[in-house]
Design a protein. Structure first.
Length: 308
């Protein structure tokens, strides 16, 4: 089984809520920095296309096949539950950014993103479409932009577990980016079987790339006590079993973020599916070392979280 098959991506109320959180932050961010001398940049690393179709039913949801993108469907709008995707939403905020970078690996979706330049002609010269791997493109932007003159908000909304820790480190190293990262809680949990010996090697490698270390093995697994034999059994030795649930995964993820970011939202929003099961942890981190910048950014994020 492919690693990405462990993370079904589908639309629903949680999709609307993540976009509401992001929209509120972008509006507050551009307002808060309006008098600052920096050029403001918005980076969407998994931009998709302009709109999202949330039409689905519970049967589809159980199979995780509920998330489709719509590029041009005016004739079908009345039959669909369409909402703006993150790219279009960012272009609609009250006080626009100076630059927009939309990253998408799919060539057809990149073509669809280009249509946004026509839809927002006043912002067309500010929009840049980057077609390619999100990790590579984000790292390239982090290395090529002069961060003494620029500030940015970066939105990581991967389909599954594509984001690697090397990318997170590079973002933190700019000391100028506020990061919103939709961390795949459910996917991580499903890749952690009860018995450590049953962890699929490809999944083990992916988890290590996502967390940037293999210390997750010690964080989520412990040696069990030896089982007392019956009259007809030999003594069964210790096994290493999973002891870390969702709370443990959340705390470990936040701890890792705090190791590279000076400011991290302590209790980020958790997005649930229709059955009440946690899907994603919407992490927020500030790379700016300035205490004042951290205070402002974290207050905005915290206030948004209160109304979540």
């Amino acid at each position: 089984m492919n690693v990405e098959e462990t993370t079904p991506k589908f639309g629903g109320d949680w999709t609307k809520r993540k976009l509401e959180v992001l929209e509120k932050y972008l509006n507050a961010y551009t307002q808060a920095l309006k008098k600052q001398p920096f050029q403001l940049i918005y980076i969407d690393a998994f931009a998709g296309v302009g709109s999202i179709d949330l039409a689905h039913n519970e049967t589809q949801q159980s199979h995780g096949l509920l998330f489709s993108y719509i590029t041009s469907s005016k004739e079908n709008d009345e039959l669909r539950n369409l909402i703006d995707g993150s790219a279009k939403m960012a272009l609609k905020i009250k006080r626009p950014f100076d630059l927009y970078y939309f990253i998408e690996i799919d060539k057809e979706r990149c073509k669809s993103l280009d249509i946004l330049k026509e839809e927002f002609p006043s912002l067309s010269d500010r929009i840049y479409i980057e077609c390619g791997d999100a990790n590579n493109k984000v790292i390239s932007l982090c290395e090529s932009i002069d961060w003494t003159k620029n500030r940015a908000v970066l939105f990581l909304d991967p389909l599954g577990m594509q984001v690697e820790w090397s990318t997170i480190q590079k973002i933190a190293g700019t000391k100028a980016i506020d990061l919103w990262w939709l961390f795949p809680l459910s996917a991580v949990n499903r890749m952690l079987p009860k018995d450590i010996d049953k962890v699929i090697p490809a999944w083990k490698d992916r988890l290590t790339k996502v967390f940037g270390t293999d210390t997750w093995l010690k964080a989520f697994y412990e040696k069990s006590k030896a089982i007392q034999p019956t009259l007809w059994e030999n003594l069964r030795g210790q096994t290493t079993v999973k002891t870390g649930g969702m709370d443990c995964i959340i705390q470990y993820t936040l701890t890792r973020l705090k190791e590279v970011f000076p400011g991290v939202l302590e209790t980020p929003p958790i997005l649930y599916n229709s059955k009440g099961s946690p899907l994603y942890l919407f992490c927020f981190a500030v790379s700016n070392p300035s205490p004042k910048a951290q205070e402002v950014a974290l207050k905005i994020a915290s206030d948004i979280k209160k109304g979540f």
